[in-house]
Write a protein that binds this ligand. Sequence first.
Ligand SMILES: CCCCCCCCCC/C=C/CC(=O)SCCNC(=O)CCNC(=O)[C@H](O)C(C)(C)COP(=O)(O)OP(=O)(O)OC[C@H]1O[C@@H](n2cnc3c(N)ncnc32)[C@H](O)[C@@H]1OP(=O)(O)O
Length: 358
Amino acid sequence: MRASQQDFENAVNQVKLLKKDPGNQVKLQLYALYKQATDGPCNVSKPGVFDLVNKAKWEAWNALGSLPKETARQNYVDLVSSLSPSSEASNQGKSGADVKVQESKDIVVTSEDGITKIMFNRPPKKNAITFQMYQDIILALKNASTDNSAITVFTGAGDYYCSGNDLTNFTSASGGMEKAAEGGAVLLREFVNSFIDFPKPLVAVVNGPAVGISVTLLGLFDAVYASDKATFHTPFSHLGQSPEACSSYTFPKIMGSAKATEMLLFGKKLTAREACAQGLVTEVFPDSTFKKEIWTRLKAYAKLPPNSMRISKQLIRKNEKEKLHAVNAEECSTLKERWLSEECINAIMSFLSRKSKL
Ligand SMILES: CCCCCCCCCC/C=C/CC(=O)SCCNC(=O)CCNC(=O)[C@H](O)C(C)(C)COP(=O)(O)OP(=O)(O)OC[C@H]1O[C@@H](n2cnc3c(N)ncnc32)[C@H](O)[C@@H]1OP(=O)(O)O
């Protein structure tokens, strides 16, 4: 039987009464179907790259193409009925079987054995982080904070952990440079906030070289395990930039200001063993046994009582949260200026024209 206008209106009201947040993907789908059912195919222009929320909504609506209004209405009603209290209850009981929990090309999120794994998956570009990947990671962390896993793990596919910010982000942003820098700073701040506020144990499995923001973020992780093939490099001065991800605060705290200066100002690249000696890395493993040893260990950790781990992490983080947010805000506003500097623009152009590499 086709859904009537009354069924549709009832479903719209039912959504407002949902007890449990259905998650961003479902909310986007509901939005898209609602717009399609009421206004028809997407007829507004695409929001700018930095207008994250409206861009995601536009993309969801636009993806419905020329779906007829009646079909959209029916699909909306069906979707809402699948979110009714009885199905909410049955979803809560789901175990963390091996499932892919987020569809996205360059960030793969899976959940297995109490571990949510977020993997940089762009090996041809050494896992450099695009605008889309920043957004996918924000979403993945949001979902992981409430899923039924005990710990969350970042790792990289291929030979690199991650080569940091994709330097073509500087040329792909739409609008003028100032607007792009402003939007970049907003995105970076939200991205780093999602690490500062992440409530469960956050672990990095550093399978190979790490560069830039993938290194600085490690100061916000709870444990960092590295292959002896990994290296740690923050070439900010070479790029005319400045530290991010709270590293101007976490690195001096972790390794002392003299060692932090060598990394953050002079761009000294550390081996995994050096990074371990300086407290940035928890433990180093021979590459030949790294994966086997680390996943066995993490599976055992994930069996520990999750609430206890969460509460302990929050005790450790609580006194620093405000400070970390303030540092993040200041670093982003400093970077916004740096990105417009001649030093930075020249360095990026030099990389993109293949005149320089790290
Ligand atoms: C105004 C706009 C504002 C933008 C806002 C962005 C928002 C957040 C910003 C957060 C800031 C973060 C700071 C950083 O992360 S700084 C670190 C940036 N990373 C780098 O400088 C690394 C650059 N890459 C290299 O030096 C080398 O590629 C390498 C990693 C040492 C590897 O060298 P190798 O010889 O082994 O391999 P290739 O160079 O041949 O690389 C293979 C292909 O991958 C591409 N690649 C690698 N890294 C990056 C990168 N970071 N960005 C873009 N592309 C990258 C490389 O070009 C090759 O591509 P190709 O095969 O097509 O040539």
